[in-house]
Design a protein around this ligand. Structure first.
Ligand code: NAI
Length: 266
C-alpha cells in the first residue's frame, strides 16, 4: 500500500466529521497510517481529542448541524493542517420508529445532521481545497438505506438518499478541481448499532440476510473511503459505492429482518 498520494502540487490534510467513533475513527487511523495529517471533527470533544491524540492529528469540535460553527472549525482545521486536500462527511444519526411516530423535531434533526451538515461542510471546504493547490477529494458517507429505504428509518433513508444526490450535484459543480463521491455501507458493527449487533438473535438474522454472511467492519469501510480520497481513484467522481456484503441483493429477506428489528426496538 502506497502512502496516501496527494494531488500534484496540492498540500494539506484531511478533515473527517464524526471522526471520534466507529467508521470515522477508522478512517482517521488509516489516513494517519498512510501518511496524511488528519483533522478529527466531532461534536463530542473527548472523543475527538482521544482520536486526534492517537493519530497525531488535530481535534476540531463542532456540531455539523450548526453551519456557522462547522465552517469556522473547517477553516481552523485547514489552517492547522497547512491546507485542505480531503474531507470526509461521516457524522450521522438515525432513529428507528414507525412512519407516523416521527415528530417534526426528529425529522428536522435527522436532516440537519445527515444532509445539511454534509452540504455546509462541502461549501466551507471547497474554496479551501482550491486554495491548497491542485484540488481535492470529498467522500460523503450515505447508506444502503439511501439506496433502498429501510423500514422504521423513513427520515434517515430520505436524508441519505439526499446525500447521494447532493454528492452527484457537487461532483458536477466542483469539477474539475474537486472530486466528490459517496459510500453507502450496509450493516457495519460500530457503537451506532451495537444494540442490534450485540443481540445474538438479531445479528444472526442480519448475517442470514447478507450474502457474505457477516456484518462489515469499520476498517473495511475506511479502506474504500481512503481509496476515494487518494489519487488511486483520480478518474472517479459522482459515484455512490455500496459496501454491504451483498445485502441489497436480498432486499425482501432484509426487509423482513428490519421489520422484526422495528417491532423489537422501536
Ligand atoms: P458512530 O455513532 O459510531 O459514530 C458517529 C460519530 O459522529 C460519533 O463520534 C458522534 O459523536 C459523531 N456525530 C454525530 N452527530 C454529530 C454532529 N451533529 N456533529 C458532529 N459529530 C457528530 O456511527 P458510525 O456507525 O461510525 O456511523 C458513521 C456514518 O456511517 C454515519 O453517517 C452513519 O449514518 C453511516 N452508516 C453507518 C452504518 C452502520 O451500520 N454503522 C451503515 C450505513 C451508514
Amino acid at each position: 500500500m502506497t502512502a496516501l498520494p496527494l494531488a500534484d502540487g496540492s498540500t494539506g490534510g484531511v478533515i473527517v466529521t464524526g471522526g471520534g467513533s466507529g467508521i470515522g475513527a477508522a478512517v482517521c487511523r488509516q489516513l494517519a497510517a498512510e501518511g496524511s495529517t488528519v483533522g478529527v471533527l466531532d461534536r463530542n470533544p473527548a472523543a475527538a481529542e482521544q482520536i486526534a491524540e492517537e493519530v497525531g492529528g488535530v481535534a476540531l469540535i463542532a456540531n455539523v448541524a450548526d453551519s456557522a460553527a462547522l465552517a469556522a472549525e473547517v477553516q481552523r482545521g485547514a489552517e492547522l493542517l497547512g491546507g485542505l486536500r480531503g474531507l470526509v462527511n461521516n457524522a450521522g444519526i438515525g432513529n428507528l420508529k414507525g412512519f407516523e411516530s416521527y415528530t417534526d423535531a426528529e425529522i428536522n434533526l435527522i436532516f440537519a445532521v445527515n444532509f445539511s451538515g454534509t452540504y455546509s461542510a462541502i461549501r466551507a471546504a471547497a474554496p479551501l481545497m482550491r486554495a491548497s493547490g491542485a484540488g481535492g477529494s470529498i467522500v460523503n458517507v450515505a447508506s444502503v438505506s439511501g439506496v433502498r429505504p429501510t423500514r422504521g428509518e423513513a427520515p434517515y433513508s430520505a436524508a441519505k438518499a439526499a446525500v447521494i444526490s447532493l454528492s452527484q450535484a457537487a461532483a458536477l459543480e466542483l469539477a474539475p478541481q474537486i472530486r466528490v463521491n459517496s459510500v453507502s455501507p450496509g450493516f457495519i458493527r460500530t457503537p451506532l448499532n451495537e444494540v442490534l449487533a450485540g443481540d445474538d438473535h438479531m445479528r444472526s438474522q442480519i448475517e442470514h440476510g447478507t450474502p457474505l454472511e457477516r456484518l462489515g467492519t469499520a476498517e473495511e469501510v475506511s479502506e474504500l473511503i481512503v481509496f476515494l480520497l487518494s489519487d488511486r481513484s483520480a478518474y472517479l467522481t459522482g459515484q455512490n459505492l455500496v459496501l454491504d456484503g451483498g445485502s441489497l441483493l436480498n432486499s425482501a429477506q432484509m426487509d423482513s429482518v428490519l421489520g422484526t428489528m422495528l417491532d423489537l426496538y422501536s
